[in-house]
Design a protein around this ligand. Sequence first.
Ligand code: NAI
Ligand code: MG
Length: 374
Amino acid sequence: NGARTYKIASIPGDGIGIEITEQAIKVLRTIEVLFNSFTFDIDTLDWSSKRYLEQGEYIPADGWQRLRKSDAILFGAVGSPAVPDDISLWNLILPLRKKVIHSGLLYQTPLTANQLTQYINLRPIRILPGLSAPLKNCADGDLDWIFVRENSEGEYSGQGGTTHDDTPNTIANEVAVFTSVGIERTMRFAFEVARGRPRKKLTMVTKSNAQRYGMVLWDKIFYEIAKEYPDVETDKMLVDAMTVRMVLKPKTLDTIVTTNLHGDILSDLAAALAGSIGVAASSSLDPTRQNPSLFEPIHGSAPDIAGQGIANPIGTFWSTAEMLRWLGEDAAADLLMTAIQTVTASGIKTRDLGGTNDLIEVTEAVIVELEKSF
Ligand code: NAI
Ligand code: MG
């Protein structure tokens, strides 16, 4: 038949990443049968801390070629108590987003060094129906945000080094790198996102009072690009004041654009304010579409609950919906988001949300809803 085939690279990774990705695949298989107009060709890759401990590497030599052949990447989580976190992060998830420099300075823009050019990290956050969020006086609709986080440079550029190691005089440099090209492409993407939402409102977060170079460049480029989007309302926040505003005046925010580090921290806070880190989704996007984009829950491998079958799969399902939308399957994405929200509204929830259901029960409830509302 004339069905489209989407090649999906699935990287379950470590800990609960393995359990939740398995559930996401069940959901994809259900959607494939219901729609009958596209199929998923899923390539499951065992890139994990287990593989690293046994074979000395997370990503095999032909890894990039395999990934580049895919239309999208579904990622679980990486991190194991048996491997230092900086090793696991810098050998698996960060290289997927950019080229890794192990030490020393690289006089080259991060732009030209990218592996998959996923320069945007997009994190939608809202309070799903049926979830109790920690903020008093915050109705469900009052917190509906989308974070556009710069994903390839800034404070996570990987440049720096140490000298006089293991002496009382050790020096460590962690260099934040900002390029006008990197900032500008992020701003343009953010303005487009803001323009596409009903409130057309974009807040930029920096720390340009204390950090005088990179952050000031951010501010400057923000106001330059803003001229091209007169229909988008703009405002600027310092990151410390932003944490206060998120908690006290959530309704005043809509689309938010931030640097890599600030976006990382603020979006975890946002997820907690929306009810749980277990429900939040994240996409690492190559807006040029020359490379596959990557979709993952924002949480980590949660070794404290791994293997117990109690992890919340909603963040992974929401990420899967984002993946379907990126692939152009809007109807399937909408159906999945509706199913997720019907399930949370009905009170079928894992323990992190104050419920009593396990991973499989939540997954089955979502599958039943998909079939019912198709
Ligand atoms: P974490 O997100 O794994 O866990 C934080 C807390 O939230 C834990 O108590 C955990 O049980 C809970 N939690 C997280 N996801 C949950 C879910 N789906 N359902 C129910 N409860 C959930 O963060 P943590 O503990 O700081 O890091 C654990 C490991 O994960 C570390 O090795 C870290 O480096 C790694 N990590 C990996 C990330 C990634 O792969 N993108 C992101 C964040 C952390
Ligand atoms: Mg994080």
